[in-house]
Design a protein around this ligand. Structure first.
Ligand code: COA
Ligand code: ZN
Length: 306
């Protein structure tokens, strides 16, 4: 069985939607704990307009301050060439470009049409040439848009094709507001893996309607081995109405490990990091394993049992 690659997105997708700004040192502390868990990649922040995403206005300070561990790639989300310039100045290992498949979400979230976005991303790919920095592209609303509903699969495939044509190295299909269901996920994953077998595809799910883990399982059954997930199940796009948390990293790791699928992640380290979250964000978080304990947890029998 192929080993999974789990990308942690809590410092970016998680913290961008919180009602309060998490202090730079706290963000760095969170990322440093996460980087001890065996996660392949950490999306540490985003280089977006500070007006659009004020919570991540300290992206440069965060990324310059985090401990760089060998084997843990630091990536950042960027919507345009300005963001890429800022990210490269911080020596990120990878860039995660973003565009939306849906015209409406693109206009609201990025203030650009998908065509304008693609132009920006083409410029970014040009900037990355010769740097050795991996250029991934995330496609928002790939499984449905909160304004337009479900998009035809052909529309998503055409975005994938355009991105590969401009030269991105990998693609993430994002279910921005948890509209995907396992049958839909399986179909799209099988199609892209058949059509573009050499391209690294990552799946990014939100658990908005309780289908996050089922969708991840379905993607894995279709042959996907790369997943985004967020510690504690934090997350959501501030420009997608109804958006809530990503699939929870520790719950995802726990599910796959229980199934005997290697994740490379030390779940105990992850659970300890997850335990920091309620203090950090000031509220309870959706993750379940951190509350229930792992499936091998055993309780002592009540004293009065027969
Ligand atoms: N980093 C920092 N500042 C940026 C920037 C970036 N990547 N891109 C633009 N700006 C600044 C410009 O310099 C300009 O500043 P000024 O007002 O001081 O002159 C201002 O933002 C407006 O620039 P403009 O190019 O007109 O951007 P916009 O207002 O049309 O916004 C985006 C476009 C893409 C920058 C903005 O919508 C954005 O950052 N969206 C990200 C949304 C997001 O991350 N959503 C969640 C993840 S999917
Ligand atoms: Zn997301």
């Amino acid at each position: 069985m192929n080993k999974l690659e789990i990308n942690e997105v809590a410092p970016r997708d998680g913290l961008q939607i919180e009602s309060r700004f998490v202090e730079t040192e706290e963000k760095v502390r969170l990322i440093n704990s996460l980087s001890q868990s065996g996660l392949k990649r950490i999306e540490a922040s985003s280089f977006t307009s500070p007006k659009a995403i004020p919570n991540l206005r300290d992206a440069a300070e965060v990324i310059k301050a985090v401990e760089r561990r060998s084997g843990v790639l630091i990536t950042a989300l960027v919507p345009n060439q300005k963001g890429c310039e800022r990210a490269l100045a911080c020596d990120v290992d990878e860039i995660n470009m973003v565009m939306s498949a849906s015209e409406s979400h693109s206009r609201v979230n990025l203030r650009m049409t998908p065509e304008q976005s693609l132009d920006q991303l083409q410029g970014i790919v040009g900037m990355l040439k010769g740097t050795g920095v991996f250029g991934n592209a995330s496609i928002s609303t790939a499984f449905g848009c909160p304004f337009e509903g479900f998009l035809p699969e052909s529309q998503i495939l055409s975005v994938v094709e355009s991105l590969l044509k401009i030269g991105v190295d990998g693609i993430t299909l994002c279910d921005t507001t948890g509209m995907a269901n396992p049958a839909q996920v399986r179909r799209l994953c099988e199609t892209v893996l058949t059509e573009w077998p050499e391209t690294p595809f990552t799946l990014h799910f939100h658990n908005t309607r309780g289908m996050g883990l089922a969708n991840a399982l379905s993607a894995w059954q279709a042959g996907i081995t790369r997943f985004d997930a967020s510690l504690g199940g934090l997350g959501g796009c501030p420009y997608a109405p109804g958006a809530t948390g990503n699939v929870c990293t520790e719950d995802l790791v726990h599910m796959f490990e229980q199934m005997g699928v290697e994740t490379g992640v030390d779940l105990d380290v992850l659970l300890a990091a997850s335990g920091m979250l309620p203090d950090l964000v000031g509220h309870d978080v959706p993750g379940q394993v951190v509350k229930a304990g792992k499936a091998d947890r055993r309780y002592s029998m009540p004293e009065n049992s027969v």
